[in-house]
Design a protein around this ligand. Structure first.
Ligand SMILES: [Fe+2]
Ligand SMILES: [Fe+2]
Length: 379
């Protein structure tokens, strides 16, 4: 990791978190050195890793078309949808905020509705940028992973991620009211992942950490949104993402079994720094800036309890996939439970016994479920 991107000594120092400058705002393109060798393998035995082979076959079967498989003719009225979900008058308590004594306390209907519309623009923009990160990372995995079954599978994921970038960009452009640039914390994380020379770090950063959080975040938005187009879009994206996380967990489980404690410690540190970057990205400081409210004031109003941590139970739920996957990889327990303790310090360790995604991905296959239902209907 570069010095600039290293998490500060106190991961709960809110002033330090908010003072990170965003280098991505004024760029047209962004270059990151990826520091890797492209690896050929001469072992072409397909199915030497049966679990990866099964995922590959499943992925070939579950491809969908972002242009034709989604109801793009749906009329989307962001203001109406916002009001449907969050009401037209401020209900701070219902979203877990205590705004007494802050400028938010004097907000009326207009600001309340606008803030939620901006949050939606912001969230989907970050999803879109994250998807481009996934596109680049999986292209890198095709090059760097030494196993043919993994190269095959990763190649299908490159196509999946291209489709995800495409559908989020189209939804933002044609249905919502504005874009946001890449969040600085998410950007630093993507830069760290892409620039690392070790092939497994691309997996750990992208497939386990970023995609694990995305899967939980998409699930939450899918549950909340009344828009049938966005619901369907997220349902299909999630059915791909669950496979992606499973790919990461299955591949790393094999590789991490061979690593020394010192090597595992580097992976534990990387996973913790990734978790911190993701937690910090979720503070959505750009939205508060755009609404003319100090991000620090708004973030402190979201904080529950009087401890020194940046805990927001709504946001912490987003770690419900990451923590069990880290456990499955042995990262919580290695080196006397270093990562377990660190996850405890940021308030996410309670998810360790939730389902891990290497077992869960079949439940998410919405594409095949819809096809089977359509076939049954026409029979
Ligand atoms: Fe994706
Ligand atoms: Fe993905």
């Amino acid at each position: 990791m570069t010095d600039q991107n290293t998490v500060s000594a106190d991961p709960n120092d809110l002033d330090a978190i908010l003072s990170v400058e965003n280098p991505y705002v004024d760029e047209a393109v962004h270059a990151v050195a990826d520091n890797c060798d492209a690896i050929f393998t001469w072992d072409y035995e397909k199915g030497a890793r049966p679990a990866l082979n099964k995922l590959y076959e499943k992925a070939k079967h579950s491809q969908w078309n972002g242009e034709t498989d989604l109801p793009w003719d749906t009329d989307v009225d962001p203001e109406k949808l916002t009001a449907q979900v969050f009401g037209t008058e401020p209900m701070w308590e219902a979203i877990g905020m205590n705004v007494a004594g802050t400028p938010l306390a004097s907000w009326g209907s207009a600001e309340w509705v606008k803030m939620h519309m901006e949050m939606q623009n912001w969230s989907l923009s970050q999803f879109m940028h994250g998807e481009q990160g996934a596109l680049i990372c999986t292209a890198k995995i095709v090059e760097t992973v030494p196993w043919i079954d993994a190269k095959y599978y990763a190649a299908t994921q490159v196509m999946d991620e291209a489709r995800h970038v495409e559908v989020f960009a189209k939804y933002l452009d044609t249905k919502l009211t504005g874009h946001y640039p890449l969040n600085a914390h998410l950007g630093m994380l993507l830069d760290d992942i892409i620039s690392d020379s070790r092939w497994d770090m691309t997996y750990l950063g992208m497939q386990v950490m970023v995609e694990g959080l995305a899967l939980a975040a998409f699930g939450t938005m899918h549950m909340i949104t009344p828009d049938p187009l966005l619901k369907q879009l997220l349902r299909y994206v999630m059915s791909d993402e669950a496979r992606h996380v499973a790919f990461g967990v299955l591949s790393l489980k094999e590789y991490y079994a061979e690593l020394s404690d010192a090597e595992l410690f580097e992976r534990q540190q990387f996973a913790f720094e990734a978790a911190i970057h993701m937690r910090d990205r979720l503070l959505s400081q750009e939205v508060w800036d755009r609404m003319g409210v100090s991000p620090k004031v708004a973030i402190m109003a979201s904080k529950r309890g009087d401890n020194e941590r940046l805990e927001d139970p709504f946001q912490m739920m987003l770690f419900s996939k990451i923590v069990p996957n880290c456990k499955k990889l042995g990262l919580l327990d290695a080196n006397n439970g270093w990562l377990r303790q660190k996850f405890g310090e940021i308030g996410v360790i309670q998810f360790e016994d939730w389902a891990d995604t290497s077992e869960e991905f079949l439940d998410f296959d919405a594409v095949n479920a819809d096809r089977a239902a359509a076939a049954a209907e026409s029979a």
